[in-house]
Ligand binder design. Structure first.
Ligand code: ZN
Length: 245
């Protein structure tokens, strides 16, 4: 039986992983990003083109009133402009973990990130990479979500999103505010059976759905930007909100 009542919980939940210090839209920015990822312990803040791709993404989200969870690596930590735009847009400043070898390495990296963004609080964390490639000097590649859920409790830092590709509306459902699977805006990371923006919006009319995007790809790849804007357009057409918690 169809109900005329609409749940207030259904929404799109935006997860943003800020992976590249200098983006990846040109050969120069690709190389600059790789050098910082592979050889530096700390972000080079305030220098040439730092996080320009994320600044463009934040400005778009802020203009469209779309809040999200913004996950920064230590090498993509927010500078003053990014922090200002993050707070202005009602986004959550969050940590993208790399050195997840054990609880000690994770906690050390988290504590360093907390110091870097203080006095702003760290809202939650997500895991960098999908389990295979080594992506950066401190990156520990294995993807071990059960460990992260334990560490979330031990460090009192929320862990809302896994890295699994959503294969169906059912798989994208959350349990106790944990989304094991997410819908990737980047097409290479979608399941063919669940890849259309219309399917996402249909699912989001029934339950919360997590959407994952990388600002470097939003800036460098016209298809990624167009697909994200299409999700935004459809969400407005169907009156489905974007929400953080
Ligand atoms: Zn990442």
């Amino acid at each position: 039986m169809e109900s005329v009542f609409i749940s207030i919980n259904m929404a799109l939940i935006l997860r943003v992983d800020i992976d590249k210090p200098y983006g990846n839209s040109t050969i120069f920015t690709k190389v600059a990003s790789k050098i910082v990822e592979d050889y530096f312990d700390i972000p080079i803040i305030g220098s040439w083109n730092y996080l320009y791709h994320h600044i463009a993404f934040l400005k778009y989200c802020n203009a469209e009133n779309i809040p999200g969870f913004m996950y920064h690596r230590q090498c993509t930590a927010p500078n003053a402009e990014v922090t200002r735009l993050t707070l202005e847009g009602g986004h959550k400043l969050c940590f993208h973990a790399e050195n997840t070898r054990n609880l000690e390495t994770f906690t050390a990296e988290l504590d360093l990130f907390k110091k870097t963004v203080a006095p702003e609080p760290v809202g939650s964390f997500s895991k960098h990479g999908s389990g295979k490639l080594k992506l950066g000097k401190h990156h520990y590649p294995p993807y071990e979500p059960e460990k992260y859920r334990e560490w979330s409790v031990k460090t009192n830092t929320a862990y809302y999103f896994g890295n699994t590709i959503g294969v169906s509306a059912k798989a994208l459902e959350s349990t106790d505010q944990y989304f094991d699977s997410v819908f990737w805006v980047e097409r290479d990371y979608r399941d063919p059976a669940f890849s259309e923006p219309e399917q996402v919006l249909e699912a989001a009319s029934q339950t919360d759905i997590a959407i994952l995007i990388h600002p470097c790809n939003y800036h460098a790849n016209k298809t990624v930007a167009a697909d994200f804007k299409e999700l935004v357009r459809l969400s407005k057409e169907k009156a489905i909100p974007w929400r953080v918690f």
